[in-house]
Design a protein around this ligand. Structure first.
Ligand SMILES: [Zn+2]
Length: 416
């Protein structure tokens, strides 16, 4: 069964000089919550081993799950919320202003989904074109006036678009850039399609922020590249692109919005903040193994602290639940081996209620059932939201329950 394949070379530079720096434990597909009727179907675990390329410094996962399996389980995915539409409107206005886009300029978005971002660009008088492999979503976007090619973006697709539409003054890619295994061909296509004075804008999560914030749970099967600026700039340069600016974005535990242009024809100077962030990466030796080896040791120390507490409590007959039913929660659940210890899961999203967690099949309950099921300890695996969760469930603590926040270092509420 070829459910996943392992590649032996770096996704950015092709080197085979790779070191396994973060051996995150295997987990099932993080978002694959199942119904009662699906409980008899076993869910396999897939590797999350994370490697550093010692040639270019790129941090990546090399075990690529078959997209059929990865996306089959997306039944529960929700569409763009009102908040997201507002985010796109501000994002587009900001980019149009920053880059001096003119009415009639062409914008191409890779992974354009339902066209929400492109609609915002269209409102600025720009010509727009989406590319998205999800045929039904692409068709719906096209019907709403956002022309969308139902395909994966490749160098060949880029050639075709240049013939049909001319060159793009702006290209964007958000989730795709950290999620695509074939990033080399995508970037070749971007270079082909970009006008000589064009710009490419993308958002990716930022590995120095992952380390500083302990958000190693943003490593999951869809998310195969964990970017830093130095390896990315080396990669871009080989394909005649170059970064000229970067902004910090607070999503996903710390992300960056990068701006690149054709290296041979782009006129924009590299910004002071880009140079400062690259210098900081240099200072921290972000392309070398030591920082990741230390990060892994720090993760392991936290895991052992949490497990010592949980195992002592279980030995004393206490019951353990977890709070949070999401993709990142699955990574943490499995890496901390809590899937073997927790017997109930709580979440506030009604879509998850009555389902069972991926792989371990822990039942998911509404959080109100904290008061009827009364687990002695609840580990908040959605730990980035622990403050609002605990505020909402003060009564659980008042009635004798205890919350355990596992990261960035273990906290008990109340302390007892
Ligand atoms: Zn490399």
């Amino acid at each position: 069964m070829n459910q996943y394949r392992h590649r032996d070379d770096c996704r950015l530079c092709g080197s085979t000089d790779l070191e396994l720096v973060l051996p995150i434990l295997p987990s099932p597909i993080g978002d694959a919550f199942v119904s009662q009727a699906e409980l008899d179907q076993p869910q396999p675990l897939f590797p999350l081993d994370t490697y550093l390329c010692k040639a270019c410094g790129h941090v990546q996962n090399l075990d690529i799950v078959d997209p059929e399996i990865l996306f089959r389980n997306y039944t529960y995915r929700t569409s763009a919320s009102m908040g997201l539409v507002d985010h796109f409107r501000k994002y587009a206005a900001h980019v149009v202003g920053t880059l001096g886009m003119q009415p009639g300029d062409l914008v191409v978005e890779i992974g354009s989904n339902d066209g929400s971002l492109l609609k915002a660009y269209r409102d600025h008088g720009l010509r727009v074109q989406g590319v998205d492999p999800a045929r039904n979503i692409a068709a719906a976007a096209s019907a709403e006036g956002i022309p969308t090619l139902p395909d994966f973006f490749t160098a060949a697709v880029a050639e075709q678009l240049v013939q049909q539409l001319g060159h793009a003054r702006l290209m964007c890619a958000n989730n795709v850039f950290a999620h695509a295994d074939g990033i080399g061909d995508i970037v070749k296509g971007i270079r082909t399609l970009l006008a000589p004075d064009g710009a490419f804008v993308f958002e990716v999560s930022y590995i120095p922020d992952m380390i500083d914030g302990f958000v190693f749970d943003t490593i999951y099967h869809e998310h195969v590249s964990h970017h830093a600026l130095i390896p990315l700039e080396r990669f871009f340069n080989r394909l005649d692109l170059s970064l000229f600016d970067v902004e910090r974005v607070p999503t996903k535990g710390g992300s960056i919005r990068g701006y690149a242009q054709p290296k041979s024809t782009g006129q924009r100077p590299q910004s002071a903040r880009l140079l400062a962030m690259m210098a900081e990466e240099e200072r921290r030796h972000i392309t070398e193994p030591a920082i990741y080896r230390q990060f892994y040791q720090d993760i392991e120390a936290r895991k052992q602290t949490v497990l010592a507490y949980i195992d002592a409590a279980k030995a004393a007959g206490k019951t353990v639940g977890v709070y949070g039913a999401s993709t990142t929660a699955t990574t943490l659940l499995y890496h901390f081996e809590l899937e073997k210890r927790a017997t109930m899961m709580f979440d506030d999203n009604p879509i998850k209620h009555g389902t069972y967690s991926p792989g371990a099949h822990i039942p998911v309950y509404p959080s109100e059932q904290l008061y009827t099921l009364r687990p002695d300890i609840v580990v908040i695996i959605a730990w980035q939201y622990s403050t609002p969760i605990m505020a909402r469930h003060q009564r659980y603590m008042d009635e004798g329950g205890q919350f355990l926040v596992p990261l960035p270092s273990m906290q008990l509420h109340p302390q007892r």
